[in-house]
Design a protein around this ligand. Sequence first.
Ligand code: PLP
Length: 383
Amino acid sequence: MNVAIYLDNSATTKPHPQVIEAMVSLLQENYGNPSSLHAMGQQAERVITKARRDLAGALGVKEKEIIFTSGGTEANNMAIKGVVRAYGNRGRHIITSRIEHPSILEVFRELEDEGFRATYLEVDGDGRITPAKLAEALEPETILVSLFHVNNEIGSINPLPELAQVLSQRGRQRPFFHVDAVQSFGKLPVRPARWGIDLLSLSGHKIHGPKGVGALYLREGLAIPPLILGGGQERGLRSGTENVAGIGGFGLAALLAEEEREGALPKVAELRKAFLERLKGSGCRVNSPDNGSPYILNLSFPGFRGEVLVHALAEKGVYVSTGSACSSRARKQSHVLESLGLSPAEVAGAIRVSFSRRNSLEEAKKAGEILAHVAAELGEFMG
Ligand SMILES: Cc1ncc(COP(=O)(O)O)c(C=O)c1O
């Protein structure tokens, strides 16, 4: 293995060196329990307060609207289950899209088993939910709409302010709006309060922070029951002794990502362009929409299997994935690509290349060259 180029940043990112340094220091020196009354408890509590302030600042929301969780999966579960438990007496209809992360879709399936009716919206050719599609699906009984901001497999971007507008037109019957912003936070502007979003999920490890920590934005005035009961931490909404080092690391990662976000967007677009230029004539099809997030590039090499490409690239030190990290382990065909109407050969031959603001242009160019080479070699081998 001669090079190591990590282009699987939608699965997870490398923790930022400053985040690692801060977390080591927290683990070594700031190990008090935030609930303890003494000085060490207070010192730990201050770490959480600062991280909450930094996250609230990045989203333009109030500090008390941020609840720390164990990650994006828990935030998604908490939001959806919380809303239907608190407001299920108003109606039994819930809406999401066909191309959500499993931490949304599996919860919807469970709620269907419990007697809720679910609508799974189809996306348009660009992998987005249009305001008209959402308007069509709304019923007087609809209590919750849960949609992604950026799709984790193809990078399509939902028009959130316009979708929220459709919900507002319902007046007093307006359903709650939950957004999974795990793949957009720190990369694109995310403004839940301004856009009319009630709940929004975040994850630390997608933005060069630690794994096992995330957050839910819960609009002030909205009361949902907790998933986890116990000592009453996080205003009773998420019990369990706080992951102080993780929360501190997440807060710092968010701060760094926000500081660099605007400059990073054109840089990442440049990486993607340079990568794609190296693939001209390789026979690949770009599955990601042109108007999507530049951070995620889904490609198909019809005739090949995505896993074979992923392994061949890994042997040369380039790390990418098929679809999403979870679906690649489960070896299921991508529900996202199937929903986009790709042929079975295109679905089977898909890989996802995901960039970070911390990748260099050299890495993108080199990885593109290696992929072109690997595809040509495999093509020859298969005759
Ligand atoms: C869109 C989306 N939502 C939710 C998650 C889950 O986040 P976490 O790994 O923090 O549980 C992921 C990551 O896998 C994701 O890409």
